[in-house]
Design a protein around this ligand. Structure first.
Ligand code: GAL
Length: 378
């Protein structure tokens, strides 16, 4: 009898597994909600791997680490366990109780290693540390070995700053601006006031992504300067460090949750505003080069959702985390992957995947669909 009940439960759960529906919990192959938030997906061999924040049911700190799931069809996800585990050593950068966010794993064909970059906040320091961290593994499911965490681009100016711009930035003084958002403050920020403030210790790095371009070069894109300005930084060939070449995107624009893809020769960058766990309106930028100039565009989201009446004005209640292509040869649709955060129970935050379509002029547009219906194209 007991076996029959268990069998029936497994059967009904397995039916649910095939219908990952936006706005609902997404169950893994064991029937548990997928606890991989703020993450990304890669393809390796004949499998997809989904990495993300393993979040607690209560509280905000990282108690477990980065979780990894595998799938052959982008719909049925098997929990492969903890890819990068918190450390039990007091004082360690990733000591249990730190905050690990927005992990992005990429495969490096030259070194044949899986490299993970993530946003790290040190235990007990809120969001003050604002660091990026590196980890590495020989296998897609880990265990990843923590390498180090750091602020970025210390003592380096953006490569496209002129001598005049450097001089102007050196005249700014962030400590004297008590009131933000005045036109004068904004002008100083655009000059690089926070860049100058953090020149010696390194630039802040919070919400982040990693982008591998079609020529194999890797870039780190992050919310820096008190979340006011995005930085695009080139990574070394092994993806484990910065080359020192970087520049700013939309200084003072307050962009978070950067997600990027390339389509028809254009780089499209889709970000959120800065309202913590609460949803806000997305924004978009387009450029012919990863180094800009970036043209600012309105949100690509359109229409209403089937989730709590959220509309495009609030990105359907979600915040982006990554954009992946549904087909292994890159000829499929790009899928915008987002989190509908649940700050009361972060582990229960929902996943939202929406296909990216295009308007007649080629501008991306994202509308609600109940079921992402991703096709693996293996
Ligand atoms: C969001 C950010 C999340 C997390 C959260 C904390 O703006 O995108 O990754 O840091 O704030 O409040």
């Amino acid at each position: 009898m007991k076996h029959a009940i268990l069998f029936a439960m497994a059967f009904f759960l397995s039916i649910g597994i095939h219908a990952q529906k936006n706005g609902e919990l997404w169950l893994d192959t064991s029937g548990k909600h997928i606890n991989a938030h703020g993450g990304n997906i890669i393809k390796y061999g004949d499998k997809y791997y989904w990495y993300g924040e393993n979040r607690p049911y209560r509280g905000f700190t990282t108690e477990v680490g980065v979780e990894v799931y595998s799938s052959t069809n982008l719909q049925d996800w098997k929990d492969e366990g903890v890819a990068l585990s918190v450390s039990e050593t007091p004082g360690h950068d990733i000591e249990r109780g730190c905050i690990m966010e927005r992990p992005k794993v990429v495969y490096n064909p030259k070194t044949q290693k899986f490299v993970m970059l993530f946003h790290l906040e040190l235990k007990g320091r809120g969001y003050d540390a604002a660091r990026v961290a590196f980890a590495e593994s020989d296998s897609p499911v880990g265990p990843f070995r923590f390498i180090r965490s750091t602020r970025i681009n210390a003592d380096k100016w953006p490569f496209d700053f002129t001598k005049k711009q450097i001089k102007a930035a050196q005249k700014t003084d962030a400590s004297k601006w008590k009131e933000w958002w005045t036109p004068a403050w904004r002008a100083e920020t655009e000059k690089g006031m926070y860049l100058w403030r953090d020149m010696a210790g390194g630039q802040m790095s919070r919400d982040m992504t990693v982008y591998i371009d079609t020529d194999g070069k890797a870039y780190h894109i992050t919310s820096s300067q008190e979340n006011l300005t995005l930085l695009v930084s080139e990574l070394t060939d092994d993806f484990l460090d910065f080359t020192g070449k970087y520049n700013m995107v939309a200084p003072g624009g307050q962009n978070e949750a950067p997600c990027i893809f390339k389509h028809d020769g254009n780089y499209w960058l889709i970000c959120s505003g800065c309202t913590g766990w609460a949803p806000n309106e997305a924004r978009m930028f387009v450029s012919k080069s990863i180094w800009g100039p970036w043209k600012s565009l309105p949100s690509p989201f359109e229409g209403t959702s089937n989730y709590q009446n959220f509309t495009a004005k609030k990105t359907f209640g979600a915040q982006g985390t990554y954009i992946f292509n549904e087909r292994t040869d890159g000829t499929g649709r790009f899928i915008f992957m987002a989190d509908i955060w649940n700050p009361q129970h972060l582990s229960q935050s929902l996943h939202l995947w929406l296909p990216i379509d295009y308007k007649a002029d080629g501008t991306p547009v994202i509308r609600w669909v109940d079921n992402p219906e991703v096709k693996a194209g293996l």
